[in-house]
Write a protein that binds this ligand. Structure first.
Ligand SMILES: Cc1cc2nc3c(=O)[nH]c(=O)nc-3n(C[C@H](O)[C@H](O)[C@H](O)COP(=O)(O)OP(=O)(O)OC[C@H]3O[C@@H](n4cnc5c(N)ncnc54)[C@H](O)[C@@H]3O)c2cc1C
Ligand SMILES: NC(=O)C1=CN([C@@H]2O[C@H](COP(=O)(O)OP(=O)(O)OC[C@H]3O[C@@H](n4cnc5c(N)ncnc54)[C@H](OP(=O)(O)O)[C@@H]3O)[C@@H](O)[C@H]2O)C=CC1
Ligand code: HEM
Ligand SMILES: [Cu+2]
Ligand SMILES: [Fe+3]
Length: 488
């Protein structure tokens, strides 16, 4: 649509000194909106605020006019669609057919489909809402846009909501015009290709934190298992075997021996797939073979698993700082002091215990500090400012350091407890011993891969070297060429 659409959609001149927007708007090309609901109102507000001329088409303009900004014109649908080239269809899919009476006036115009299907509709319809609209108005060009932006973000502006607006259409020109509008409204257009991808764009708002489901279920599962184990050892066993009531431990103490174990196991599960991947590449002698699906999926969920580990470790640190505040801790301290006095002992000081505590707490703090660096670098705005070597340094190298520090923290906390019979309750070993297996495998394997023979081979493989040397690619056999070159 040359001419009208060539002009920038938004007239760049500033509004008049008296701030009256209406004159400014009359010059810029008008934008039409069909529908007068929540989305239409927010869209009109944003468009007016971005300097566009807006005309709203409603079945009942009298009733709805008062809801729109003064600068927007609210009239009947037929009148609203006569002049604008771009018209937003802010009605639900089930009401598209009610617009068919406007087909003649709409012919040749750009219709922007902003609709979202419900989960159930999305599964029920094979055709996306946008493609359905295009089938009802074959003389129009349909562009899918703005469906992932809520009416609130549209109204408030992109500062506190999602800024990206996925756009798709079969007509490049139409996509360009709408992209310009998107930018003028302060959002960022993301080209999603042809209208065939409208279904994928309509699925976006239906997803809830993709990629977090499996890691969250894993963390929850680990928490339940470790909590049950600690409850059995720390509460049930004293109750059953010694008649001592330790149920008061449930809210804090048992949680603070469960959370660290979850954090620590999750952290090791972040680095285990990398080790398995490296072992596979060494074994196959190439990087040009896909990892098995389960490993691929695991590698793609490391960020979520890592952040959940950091979350649990942070809660564990907070709980640990609260331990001295517990009433039970105070009673224990006073009772211990009385016992000391009654036993006529003055000086309670176990050098080894003092050192043990000093060391494992300090290691815990260092481990958490290192993990927070990883958490910070996984924020998109920070990650985008790092090159892949810097990102890998933080995520891979520092991540491994955090794993080693957490292991030392756990070992020094455990100290010799794993070898003291009294620590076994119902014959169950101290909880920290269960957490050590996976991290130690990862640390040993990573240590192994640092040996020059493995490190050099891995580096070669990652630069494209292959074990059996020949890189298999076949040139088309050309007999004449073969003839000519055979006696070279
Ligand atoms: C708090 C926290 C936040 C995290 N945030 C993120 C995040 O934002 N994004 C993220 O991805 N992870 C994140 N992680 C997970 C983890 O830190 C990273 O995935 C890290 O890169 C894993 O490093 P690695 O050494 O295990 O494996 P990698 O260095 O990723 O390598 C894994 C395997 O892939 C193969 N490989 C690696 N490089 C190459 C190459 N150049 N060519 C061919 N094959 C190669 C090798 O087999 C290697 O062993 C986070 C973890 C934590 C604890
Ligand atoms: N609300 C939001 O945050 C978002 C909404 N959207 C999409 O925007 C579109 C509109 O949503 P929303 O504004 O919330 O919905 P509303 O119900 O608030 O408004 C829909 C409008 O459609 C018109 N309409 C209602 N019933 C009929 C009918 N039977 N026949 C013809 N037209 C009818 C009405 O306008 P009138 O009476 O003036 O003709 C009504 O104002 C939907 O497709 C939605 O998926 C997309 C992203 C976010
Ligand atoms: C500021 C940081 C930290 C502090 C102050 C801290 C403190 C503590 C304390 C006080 C205990 C003993 C808990 C109890 O018996 O009640 C403990 C145990 C433990 N901590 Fe930490 N810790 C920190 C960070 C971490 C991190 C980052 C990890 C691993 C990701 C971790 C993993 C563990 C484990 C596995 C145990 C043993 C739990 C058990 O088996 O009972 N800690 N820590
Ligand atoms: Cu649908
Ligand atoms: Fe997944």
């Amino acid at each position: 649509m040359p001419g009208e659409m060539d002009k920038p959609l938004i007239s760049r001149h500033l509004v008049d000194s008296d701030g009256s927007l209406t004159e400014a708007l009359s010059q810029g090309p008008k934008v039409g909106i069909l529908g007068s609901g929540d989305f239409a109102r927010s869209l009109a507000t944003r468009l007016v605020g971005s300097g566009f001329g807006v005309v709203v088409g409603s079945r009942n303009p009298k009733r709805t006019a008062g809801l729109f900004p003064a600068a927007a014109q609210v009239t009947f649908q037929a009148e609203a669609v006569s002049s604008p080239e771009v018209i937003f269809v802010a009605v639900f899919r089930e009401h598209y057919t009610s617009l068919c009476g406007l087909s003649d006036q709409l012919a040749g115009k750009i219709l922007v489909d902003v609709s979202n299907p419900t989960e159930q509709q999305h599964l029920q319809h094979r055709q996306s809402n946008a493609e359905y609209l295009a089938s009802l108005f074959p003389a129009c060009t349909v562009v899918k846009a703005f469906n992932v932006i809520s009416a609130w973000t549209l109204q408030a502006g992109p500062r506190d909501g999602n800024r990206q607006v996925p756009i798709c259409s079969d007509q490049l020109e139409a996509k360009r015009s709408v992209s310009e509008m998107v930018r003028a409204m302060g959002f960022t257009p993301v080209d999603m290709g042809s209208l065939a991808s409208a279904r994928e764009v309509e699925a976006m708002p239906l997803r809830l934190l993709p990629g977090w489901k499996v890691p969250t279920l894993l963390a929850l599962g680990l928490f339940i298992c470790f909590y049950a184990y600690n409850f059995t050892r720390d509460v049930l066993q004293p109750y059953v075997q010694e008649g001592r009531n330790k149920f008061y431990k449930l809210p804090v103490s048992v949680v603070n021996t469960t959370l660290p174990c979850v954090a620590y196991v999750l952290l090791s599960l972040v680095y285990l797939p990398g080790v398995l991947a490296a072992a596979l590449q060494l074994h196959r002698g190439t990087k040009y073979q896909r990892f098995p699906d389960w490993l691929d999926h695991w590698l793609q969920h490391r960020k979520q698993i890592g952040l959940l580990s950091f979350f649990c470790a942070s809660l564990h640190a907070l709980y640990s700082f609260c331990l001295p505040l517990l009433r039970s801790t105070r009673y224990d301290v006073v009772n211990l002091a009385i016992k000391q006095v009654l036993a006529n002992k003055s000086h309670l000081w176990v050098e080894e215990e003092v050192w043990r505590m000093e060391i494992y707490l300090s290691l815990g703090v260092l481990a958490l500090g290192t993990l927070s660096l990883l958490a910070v670098t996984s924020l998109p705005s920070i990650a985008n400012s790092l090159n892949w070597r810097e990102f890998s340094f933080f995520q891979s190298t520092l991540g491994f350091v955090a794993l080693v520090l957490s292991t030392l923290h756990t070992l020094t906390y455990g100290w010799t407890r794993a070898f003291e019979e009294s620590r076994y309750k119902f014959y169950l070993p101290p909880t920290f011993t269960l957490t050590l297996l996976v991290p130690c495998v990862v640390i040993l394997a990573k240590g192994l891969f640092l040996l020059p023979c493995f490190r050099r081979r891995l580096a070669k493989i990652r630069r494209g070297w292959e074990k059996d040397g020949t890189v298999k690619f076949m040139l088309p056999v050309d007999h004449v060429l073969a003839e000519k070159t055979s006696h070279v």
